[in-house]
Write a protein that binds this ligand. Structure first.
Ligand code: NAP
Ligand code: GDP
Length: 322
């Protein structure tokens, strides 16, 4: 692999999304950037990354040394259930274009994003980094899952054939400011925060989809952003690394609902529509590898992060994605 001299020029694909905006905040407001570095945050308006020539043009324009590859078609359980084909095709195209163009432009390091929801459905727990390909994913999101798994396959192939240090991170469910709060398409936390807002305003019930029994681990987007910067600077394995809170932080959707109800000061009735899907009942992830590297990293307490997210949504209601 060719070395890199001088400060990094980092291209962040998906820079306008939930994770991208958190990285932007850490870089610009928490002193995350170092002297001389340049950070470029892309949205789909700068380049449609499903399109090879637009991808090439944006790399030509910025000539990055490093890429944080976050761009993807992303959605909650219910959008995945409806659009498996699009999730597969768009994400395969985005990933092929970004990784191939990064290689062509001699980018030194690429960090791409997998997810804990792409792991085998039939598995032992906790899941860890070695288990990504050990069986078919859950049927609800197989399009997204296979497209994401291919990122790891690309990384191994680029390393074997070209000595590239292209790697990946595996976050659990992410949430925070700038999330997609759309009720039909969003992930559980932003969808429920939005639903609680409407129920409070209209004096109606808060409707939760599924039984509430499913378990999840959540990571606050700002914690994830801090860890992404560390991975970009310090982590030098091709194998993925799980970015997750501990197994003891796993929480049921029912308990999440109770926390959102409190944080948004909703006092009306809560109903569960158990005819709707629970998705994967759990996907308990081990953060042992992360803890070996970063034993002291401190995650924002869940209640505090939820409160900040609810407050952000209320303060930015008009402009929030919904
Ligand atoms: P998000 O808020 O939906 O943002 C998606 C980003 O990708 C946006 O910046 C969007 O640009 C961009 N994008 C989508 N299609 C594109 C295209 N065709 N060309 C160029 N850009 C495109 O998603 P997120 O939650 O931040 O997700 C970031 C990464 O984390 C993704 O790789 C996702 O798979 C992964 N991840 C997310 C979660 C989660 O719970 N959210 C969990 C695990 C892993 P526009 O703003 O212009 O549309
Ligand atoms: P997942 O973690 O990849 O399955 O995606 P989500 O973030 O969409 O979480 C889905 C879990 O939350 C399932 O157990 C759903 O039954 C539950 N859930 C409860 N209410 C909602 C809701 O309003 N929207 C979504 N997306 N999920 C909900």
């Amino acid at each position: 692999m060719e070395g890199q001299t001088g400060p990094m020029r980092v291209l962040v694909t998906g820079g306008s999304g939930l994770v991208g905006r958190a990285i932007e905040r850490v870089v610009k407001e928490e002193g995350g950037a170092r002297e001389g570095e340049e950070w470029i945050f892309l949205s789909s308006k700068d380049a449609d990354l499903t399109n090879a020539s637009e991808t090439k043009a944006v790399f030509e324009k910025h000539r990055p040394t490093h890429v944080l590859h976050l761009a993807a078609m992303v959605g909650g359980l219910f959008r995945n259930l409806r659009e498996n084909y699009d999730f597969l095709r768009k994400n395969l195209a985005i990933n092929d274009n970004v990784l191939h163009t990064a290689h062509e432009f001699n980018v030194v390091k690429v960090v791409s994003c997998l997810s804990t929801c792409i792991f085998p459905d039939n598995t032992t727990y906790p899941i860890d980094e070695t288990m990504v390909h050990r069986g078919p994913p859950h049927s609800s999101n197989f399009g997204y899952a296979y497209a994401k798994r291919m990122l790891d396959v690309y990384n191994r192939a680029y390393f074997e054939q070209h000595g590239r240090l292209y790697t990946s991170i595996i976050p659990t469910n992410v949430f925070g400011p700038h999330d997609n709060f759309n009720i039909e398409d969003g992930h559980v936390l932003p969808a429920l925060i939005h639903k609680a807002h409407i129920a409070k305003r209209n004096g109606t019930a808060l409707e939760v989809w599924g039984s509430g029994r499913a378990l999840r681990q959540f990571i606050y987007s700002l914690d994830l952003a801090r860890l992404c910067l560390w991975v970009l600077r310090e982590y030098d394995e091709v194998e993925p690394i799980m970015l997750s809170v501990g197994e003891e932080e796993e929480i049921s959707i029912k308990d999440v609902v109770d926390i959102i109800v409190k944080a948004s000061e909703f006092t009306g009735p809560v109903i569960y529509d158990a005819s709707k899907s629970d998705g994967q009942l759990k996907k308990t992830a081990s953060n042992a590898k992360l803890r070996r590297y970063r034993p002291d990293f401190s995650f924002t307490p869940f209640h505090k992060a939820i409160k900040e997210t609810c407050d952000w949504f209320e303060a930015n209601y008009d402009s929030a994605r919904k």
